[in-house]
Ligand binder design. Structure first.
Ligand SMILES: *Cc1c(COP(=O)(O)O)cnc(C)c1O
Length: 227
């Protein structure tokens, strides 16, 4: 079941990349709300990177699977509260949702050198939605410089969650804008290689517009359990 879903999604990602003449992006399996057993099943089918929205939930799954499946990679993709930054720096291999200067020092300070550098993506509120997570595009250069100045953080690129639309095609301009911001960032910083955008219902469009990593939950795990 997990193996079939993974194979199906992988094939669809490959097809989208081929159709658009783009390199195949990495796949992040979004396991929020899914039990550790579901992560384990997908990991046994060959998936390695998992995305979570909450620090606590990720910490529990990481702990549960550390002995049997070492080497899984955990990404934070949900909003990071300042009082959770210290724990996030311990639990995750990647934080994709850094979106304000006040998170930079706590993440860097609490990253144990033995864990290696924490990979960071800056989340951008690309359409300027009020009240939404993500830094404004105009604040990106200053925030990127602050991350890049921290030896324990590795600035890798950008992440975005465009406004949901009934028609995923309407998200294309936001994806395109992100690609422009990503290329600007790569022009001013070394080591920029990750543009995280695209989910279950719009990943083909995101890939066509330059995503190097897609974040897929529902298409891999089925509908999320009701909370
Ligand atoms: C839940 C979530 C996803 C995955 O969404 P699906 O539609 O289930 O694929 C991707 N990115 C973020 C930031 C999410 O919160």
């Amino acid at each position: 079941m997990s193996a079939d879903r993974l194979e199906n999604v992988t094939q669809r990602i490959q097809n989208a990349a081929t159709a658009a003449g783009r390199p195949e992006p990495a796949l992040l399996a979004v396991s929020k709300t899914q039990p550790a057993a579901a992560v384990e099943a997908l990991a046994r089918a060959g998936q390695r990177a998992f995305g979570e929205n909450y620090v606590q939930e990720a910490a529990a799954k990481r702990q549960a699977l550390a002995a049997t499946l070492p080497g899984l990679e955990w990404h934070l993709i949900g909003h990071l509260q300042s009082n959770k930054a210290a724990q996030a720096a311990e639990v995750f291999d990647w934080v994709q949702s850094l979106d304000r200067p006040s998170l930079v020092a706590p993440l860097a300070r609490h990253r144990a050198p033995a864990r290696g550098r924490l990979n960071v993506l800056i989340q951008v509120n690309v359409e300027g939605e009020p009240g939404k997570s993500g830094c404004r595009p105009e604040d990106l250069p200053v925030l990127a410089a602050a991350v890049a100045a921290q030896p324990m953080l590795a600035l890798r690129g950008l992440m975005a969650i465009p406004v949901p639309h009934e028609d995923p095609e309407l998200r294309r301009p936001a994806f395109r804008r992100m690609r422009g911001l990503f290329e600007q960032l790569a022009g001013s910083h070394a080591g920029i290689d990750t543009l995280s955008m695209g989910m279950s219902d719009d990943f083909a469009i995101a890939i066509a517009e330059g995503a190097t990593l897609v974040r897929i939950g529902t298409a891999l795990f089925g509908p999320r359990p009701a909370k």
